[in-house]
Design a protein around this ligand. Sequence first.
Ligand SMILES: Cc1cc2nc3c(=O)[nH]c(=O)nc-3n(C[C@H](O)[C@H](O)[C@H](O)COP(=O)(O)O)c2cc1C
Length: 384
Amino acid sequence: MDRRRFIHLAGGGAIAAASALTGCSSALPPEAIAAWQGPGEQADVRRWLVGHALLAPHSHNLQSWLVDLGVPGEITLFIDRSRLLPETDPFSRQMMLSQGTFIELLDLAARQKGLRAQIDLFPQGVFGPATVDARPTARIRLEPDAAVQPDPLFAQIFRRRTNREAYGAREPDAAALQAIAASVQPHAVRTGLVGAAQPEALAQHRRIAKEAWRIELVTPRTVLESFRVLRVGPKEIAQHRDGLTLNAPLVRALDAVGLFDRSVAPGPDDFATTSQIKDFNTKVDTTPAFFWLVSEGNDRATQVNAGRAYVRAQLAATAAGLSMQPLSQALQEYPEQAGTYAAIHQLLDAPSPRFTVQMWARLGHAPTIEPSPRRGLDAHIVKA
Ligand SMILES: Cc1cc2nc3c(=O)[nH]c(=O)nc-3n(C[C@H](O)[C@H](O)[C@H](O)COP(=O)(O)O)c2cc1C
């Protein structure tokens, strides 16, 4: 075996795979997760709102949110185009969902302060279907309004995690599933859930998820895209506070002695690939339920609103003691995934292009985990 290729880890499964190899993981540097303590008192309420919104889920934890506070009473949101994922997200669909998750948490925080957030998407015109540009994603005007009610989902913002651990066999109960489905009601999306009661459909979910993950791991350019945002060990994690975090002792040790080469994608038969596939397959095969979110149409506003709906569903799951991990691979629009893309759309009765499966996630009970890094409030505020 090529020693340099002994340990290559990639993508959303990286953390899980590393833990599997070592049997343990280490605590993250405190400064990398300080944002989870909350923004504290802020003279400008908009900073308090942003300090909550930046805890939103984002593909590859890239936190592509830039806010301009130049106009009093307003927040203008832009996408940081240095943080795109062109290989796995060629049309920036997931980027738009990730703008939506931020907007939703901002709205929940505004409600908490008795503020009505008037959200205008693409106030200077909408991006085309393939690219994003320098125009804002949203302009949010804030006004005190005695009629605005706090949303109970606000309390879950600090507890929400993307959980990549193995899930227990216990099925989510009916009340939890109902609460998740009800949580997305403000947004025009269709959600669905599958569990042990539909064994054939469940088997199809597992089959497609595993095949899509295998494809991503044997496609060098998609693996290398993940490697570019991989942060290994406390120093890199504290320096970047974003991306995919690997902090298990064995990986750190291998990295320190140059045995973890992030410039080369591992081959399909390398241990790094086969071990990750095995780990992922085991987790998928023991996941008791899957959740999905489908939109009719796929324009930019629909994508943003799907992101808003997704984070609400995840917060509702959190409130019910459940965990989620998105499974984006089969939903991605790069050519190698065409077969799995078609399969998941067919399985969910969402024929493309009329419908788009915007999110697909495993759902279940999982052990408690640490939050993921955040860059902190000031990293998101555009300097005048
Ligand atoms: C649009 C979108 C797609 C995502 N796809 C995946 C995925 O395929 N696999 C995964 O493990 N996590 C996925 N995530 C979760 C992010 O990796 C996660 O939000 C990020 O690492 C921050 O972690 P947190 O959610 O625990 O705060 C996705 C999140 C979003 C918003």
